[in-house]
Design a protein around this ligand. Structure first.
Ligand SMILES: NC(=O)CC[C@H](N)C(=O)O
Length: 279
């Protein structure tokens, strides 16, 4: 593994948009999963840390240099990843990053909180529900698109988190995520969250192009989203990074890196082509 890593000559820029960007340890499993997937795609991962709050409009006024730098870093990356997280700091910045990925067709992977961010972003900017939010950040919102759906654990006494390995069934068997996993009827991945997509908003969001392609056995908990008419835009409620291994990269991560590499190639070809045409 170390040998093949040293032989890699190209790198892929991945914008990691989070709250704890000074603490790469917080995202250790995500960083490792990006390494496994990148090496499998013959790339070195070049992680671009973006502090979500630096993307926010308020930062443009209070710290303009940090705001400019954060947007330059985001725009200069070949893909965007929003990992898991808790609490409301940086949420507006994450929503802006997800909007940027959606509108500019930049490959996007949202993990746990990152999937919830996609749902809030689409609800606000495509469905026009300006106050759409997660109950975690706003308990009074009329458009509670991500709701408290605790699970009383039998194994973790007194815990209300949905924890551990859970089964997700593909609702749309021909979806991209199912293909990435090798077309199984279901996948088992690890969970760590309390909130989930509010099922009553699913039909509206699906009409707007956000497909809920995976759910739990009850059909109430939405576990995977995919945006239509986008080269790669996936959100997962579980944490695929925990099952990634050096020679067995996690399928959603591999998909992200493949899509980012493809984007890099297309952008390079386009700019070479333009240069040739103007000569
Ligand atoms: N691990 C996570 O990203 C958790 C997301 C969110 N805070 C929840 O509890 O549902």
């Amino acid at each position: 593994m170390a040998e093949s890593y040293d032989n890699l000559s190209t790198s892929v820029k991945i914008a990691l948009v989070g709250k704890y960007t000074n603490l790469s340890d917080s995202y250790l499993s995500v960083v490792k999963a990006l390494l496994h997937a990148s090496v499998a795609c013959s790339q070195k991962p070049s992680i671009q840390w973006v502090s979500a709050s630096d993307l926010e409009d308020a930062t443009a006024a209070s710290a303009p240099d940090a705001h400019t730098k954060a947007w330059e870093t985001l725009k200069g990356s070949s893909c965007i990843l929003i990992p898991g997280g808790f609490g409301d700091r940086g949420i507006s910045g994450m929503i802006l990053a997800a909007k940027y990925a959606r509108e500019n067709k930049v490959p996007y992977l949202g993990i746990c909180l990152g999937m919830q961010i996609s749902v809030i972003e689409m609800s606000r900017h495509v469905l026009g529900l300006g106050n759409a939010d997660s109950e975690e950040f706003n308990t009074d919102t009329p458009d509670c698109v991500v709701m408290y759906m605790p699970e009383v654990s039998k194994t973790h006494l007194g815990n209300t988190m949905r924890l551990g390995c859970r089964r997700t069934f593909f609702r749309k068997p021909d979806c991209l995520t199912s293909k990435l996993y090798g077309n199984p009827p279901h996948v088992d991945e690890r969970h760590r969250h309390r909130y989930e997509v509010n099922p009553s908003f699913v039909p509206m969001l699906e009409n707007a192009g956000l497909q809920f392609v995976g759910c739990d056995e009850s059909g109430n908990r939405m576990e995977i989203v995919e945006l239509q008419d986008h080269p790669f835009y996936i959100g997962v409620q579980f944490h695929p990074e925990f099952k990634s291994r050096p020679r067995k990269p996690s399928p959603p991560f591999t998909g992200l890196i493949l899509a980012a590499t493809e984007r890099m190639r297309t952008l390079t070809n386009v700019s070479n082509g333009d240069a040739g045409a103007s000569e």
